[in-house]
Design a protein around this ligand. Structure first.
Ligand code: HPA
Length: 242
């Protein structure tokens, strides 16, 4: 089984990851965000991809999700853990907290949503009732227990378009819809992985309280500070994956 980690904001590079080779893959959908890097994390072999490019330069709505996922499949990847920075909406989702969502709601628009988009392609309606792989989620939860990192094991992820952050009213609406966390890159990534039959789970790191959930402005400095703390735990957890 070859594991891939897609790193998001705050995870352009994976701590303690020993890169061994880099791979550029030609896909029918164009270029991936960056070269894929195969290497070792502890005794685990994996392939790493920086979702926003390395250095971080591609906005969430401009990411070529199809190329990113297609390339992973071409490289023989069989499961994907997507690390993503999010804002916290519900009470338990405080900054630096790790969260494994079990559901999502997609508010993004105008992104290429499917590999079956050509005029002559047969339309496919993949089952997406449960968007994340339960076995991969369980592995992440087991790893967190082993290294004693507290995480929230269930949450609804709302995917917004970005790149701006949300208004307070948008967050109120999302909360009413049942969203616990908000990010900008969860879709169409999860659906494209399902189309390729690749088990996929998200490991989210809360970077800030979502808009309107605290009195002050959301600052980049705060986001960076909390992401840094959260990412240390992400690296520990990934190393302990069964
Ligand atoms: N909203 C959307 N995406 C995010 C946020 C947020 O508050 N924080 C980190 N990614």
């Amino acid at each position: 089984m070859t594991l891939a980690i897609i790193g998001g904001t705050g995870l352009t590079q994976l701590e303690d990851f020993e890169p061994l080779a880099s791979h550029s893959v030609k896909t029918p959908y164009g270029s991936a965000s960056a070269d894929y890097v195969s290497g070792k994390l502890g005794d685990k072999e994996l392939i790493f991809l920086a979702r926003h490019g390395n250095p971080h330069k591609i906005a969430p709505h401009k990411i070529n999700y199809r190329a990113n996922l297609w390339g992973l499949k071409e490289l023989g990847v069989t499961k994907i853990i997507a690390v993503a920075a999010v804002g916290g909406i519900s009470k338990a989702m405080s900054p630096a907290q790790l969260v494994i969502p079990d559901q999502l709601i997609d508010y993004s628009y105008g992104r290429e949503q499917t590999f079956f988009a050509a005029d002559d392609a047969v339309v496919q309606h993949i089952d997406f009732t449960y968007p994340y792989s339960s076995s991969l989620r369980e592995k992440l939860i087991a790893a967190a227990t082993q290294v004693q990192i507290h995480l929230v094991p269930c949450a609804v992820y709302g995917c917004t378009q970005g790149p701006r952050l949300e208004t307070a009213a948008e967050i109120v609406r999302m909360e009413k819809d049942g969203c616990d966390i908000v990010g900008m890159t969860g879709m169409p990534e999860a659906a494209l992985a399902r189309e390729l039959n690749l088990p996929y789970a998200t490991l989210a790191v809360v970077a800030n309280w979502a808009a309107g959930k605290t009195a002050g402005e959301i600052t980049l400095a705060d986001i960076e500070r909390y992401l840094k703390i959260g990412m240390v735990n992400v690296a520990l957890l990934l190393k302990a994956l069964p």
